[in-house]
Design a protein around this ligand. Structure first.
Ligand code: ADP
Ligand code: MG
Length: 286
């Protein structure tokens, strides 16, 4: 049978090292098993320190497990000889766009990765242009990187990753440092890469509204997976989520309150779109 998992975390544990003589740290990832299927769009939610960034770094061999295995398209990340191939397959976009910009001009920045792959000039040109178009930054290709807004910089960083033609991208809170406009630009780009380009997407977020738009949500708590399911399945556990410092999306909360006060709204409202549609429906019925 065809194995359609891009990334498999097989009973993975990870512990950060300390200097000699210091007491060892608790596990940052504690026996986690998780499969990311090809084409999927997965959100990872969790309180600070729950292990989300560690999971992202494990996905493409930036770090390797203390115990267990991470397998990327059949390649074990413990095998150093494969790390080049693994990083071409899975890319990671981090929180701070400033740390990810390496060149002063936008198109040079995006060309950095493909140049390191040793690709022919023509191919590099094509990949840079295609990637900048995919994140809607083509018109800025001659601009100075450091003068861009946060959302624009983050999209250039994403272009740099997709110029490597990865099959999967982990986004580690890519919108955490952005204003609402930048957040929307980046999230629109993330979903476009999944839906139009077929790139498997895993995005870490602490915004419930962003998580509600994924096909699947994995909730982490204290180095372990607490919940794993569709947004509807996960957000049904509002008490459990609250107990680990998380919430349900604002629209879901509002719909719940209105229902309690006798407004005839359907169950399972999660997104702004579902909320608006239901309210409009209600008004139309009157
Ligand atoms: P999250 O991204 O969910 O906030 P992290 O994966 O960054 O969580 O952290 C998980 C745990 O590992 C936390 O307890 C954190 O303090 C610890 N940790 C993270 N990075 C390091 C590091 N470089 N050295 C030591 N401990 C770390
Ligand atoms: Mg983190």
């Amino acid at each position: 049978m065809k194995n359609e998992n891009i990334v498999e975390f097989q009973n993975v544990s990870f512990r950060y090292d300390v200097s000699e003589g210091e007491e060892q740290l608790p596990l940052a990832i504690n026996h986690v098993s998780l499969n990311i299927k090809k084409g999927d769009c997965v959100a990872i939610l969790g309180h600070n320190g729950s292990g989300k960034s560690t999971l992202a770094k494990l996905s493409n061999s930036i770090i390797t497990p203390t115990e267990g295995k991470v397998v990327v398209k059949g390649m074990d990340t413990n095998n150093e000889a494969l790390s080049y191939e693994i990083r071409k397959t899975v890319g990671v976009v981090f929180q701070n766009p400033d740390n990810q910009i390496v060149a002063s001009i936008v198109e040079e920045d995006v060309a950095f990765g493909p140049e390191n792959l040793g690709l022919p000039r023509e191919e590099i040109r094509k990949r840079v242009d295609d990637s900048l178009k995919a994140v809607d930054m083509y018109d800025y290709r001659h601009h100075e990187s450091h003068k861009l807004s946060g959302g624009q910089k983050q999209r250039v960083a994403i272009a740099g990753i997709i110029a490597m033609r990865p099959e999967c991208i982990f986004f580690d809170e890519p919108t955490a440092m952005l204003d609402p406009k930048g957040r929307k630009e980046v999230m629109d780009t993330v979903f476009k890469l999944n839906r139009e380009y077929g790139i498997t997407v895993v995005y870490i977020t602490h915004f419930m509204d962003e998580a509600a738009l994924a096909n699947r949500i994995v909730v982490m708590d204290k180095a372990e997976i607490l919940l794993d399911g569709t947004p509807k399945e996960v957000f049904e556990n509002s008490d459990l989520l609250k107990s680990v410092g998380l919430d349900i999306p604002q629209c879901a909360q509002l719909a719940k309150e209105l229902k309690k006060s006798g407004v005839n709204l359907p169950d399972n409202i999660l997104t702004r779109e579902e909320f608006t549609d239901s309210v409009l429906n209600l008004l139309g019925d009157k």
